[in-house]
Ligand binder design. Structure first.
Ligand code: PAF
Length: 283
């Protein structure tokens, strides 16, 4: 596996692959890789000849500086895992490489209509930071395709909209959420949980499924379902941020005539802010 740290080296490698007619996939990550990330690499391997993973904890998307400094960094283990899944390359830029002029004057990308709701309300500036770093990575790597997890569903829609709005030539693929046996969505933030909290956190997926079943049975009082779930989360010891039933394509509040729905939630448990979501197709 090629270990690349500079943009010059990166461009040389990508040019070489593309000259050889190879299709390149990018899997952007912030490192601290787990099976969920490796499943994104597996998806990318099926649709491209060469997969490059970026490992970069992007300061621009952290609204909370304590959260940024606490974010787990496990570079050696990450590299081992990428070798084990036969990833072709890993790009490990420094903050200086990504933001040579500093972050204050950095041109930023805003993706309106998606960034202002759900997690965007609780984390001001977060999605501008995500869109900006992903746009920079796309310009550096020029990938034919990029793979993002559905666990961060709002992020996935944001990137899809950015690609359309700004005419990036990269195809965006969403990959299914990888879950622990108990249903808990895999996340680097799960390591902030105690063993007992990990068991408790499985309730998130169960609550999403309960809502889905009620929607499929014909419940149209979305607000009632959301409020019931919020009350249940509180009772179970979570600090819920939101439980929302939304239009799957644009995340506007769902209407009773909508067929493709997405149920999304965010809640704090101990030190972790956890998010999860589920598709609900009413056709
Ligand atoms: O999902 C993530 O890990 C990050 O938001 C991303 C897409 C790598 C951008 O920093």
């Amino acid at each position: 596996m090629k270990k690349i740290t500079t943009v010059t080296e990166l461009r040389q490698q990508i040019t070489q692959w593309k000259k050889a007619g190879q299709r390149v996939a990018l899997v952007p990550t912030m490192g601290n890789l787990h099976q969920g990330h490796l499943s994104l690499v597996e998806t990318a391997k099926q649709i491209a000849d060469k997969v490059i993973v970026s490992l970069f904890v992007n300061p621009l998307q952290f609204d909370d500086k304590t959260d940024l400094s606490a974010y787990p960094r496990t570079l050696d283990a990450d590299i081992e895992q990428l070798i084990s899944v036969e990833c072709a390359g890993v790009f490990i830029p420094t903050v200086q490489t990504m933001y040579p002029e500093g972050m204050d004057g950095q041109a930023k990308i805003t993706v309106p209509a998606i960034d202002d709701k759900l997690c965007g309300q609780a984390r001001p500036g977060h999605f501008d930071g995500v869109a900006t770093v992903v746009a920079k990575l796309f310009n550096m790597v020029q990938p034919d395709v990029a793979v993002f997890g559905e666990k961060d569903y709002q992020q996935l829609l944001l990137i899809k909209k950015m690609v359309i709005d700004l005419n990036f030539a990269t195809e965006i693929i969403g990959a299914a959420t990888f879950r622990e046996k108990n249903g808990l969505a895999m996340s680097s933030r799960n390591q902030y949980l105690t063993e007992q909290q990990r068991q408790q956190a499985a309730s998130l997926y169960r609550i999403l499924n309960d809502i889905k079943i009620k929607l499929i049975k014909g419940e149209t009082d979305f607000s009632k379902l959301e409020q019931q779930a919020i009350a249940e989360l509180k009772q179970l010891g979570f600090e819920p941020d939101y439980v929302d039933i939304r239009h799957a394509g644009n995340l506007t509040p769902a209407k009773s005539s909508d067929k493709a729905l997405r149920v999304l939630l965010a809640a704090r448990l101990g030190r972790a802010r956890l998010i999860d979501n589920i598709a609900c197709d009413l056709d």
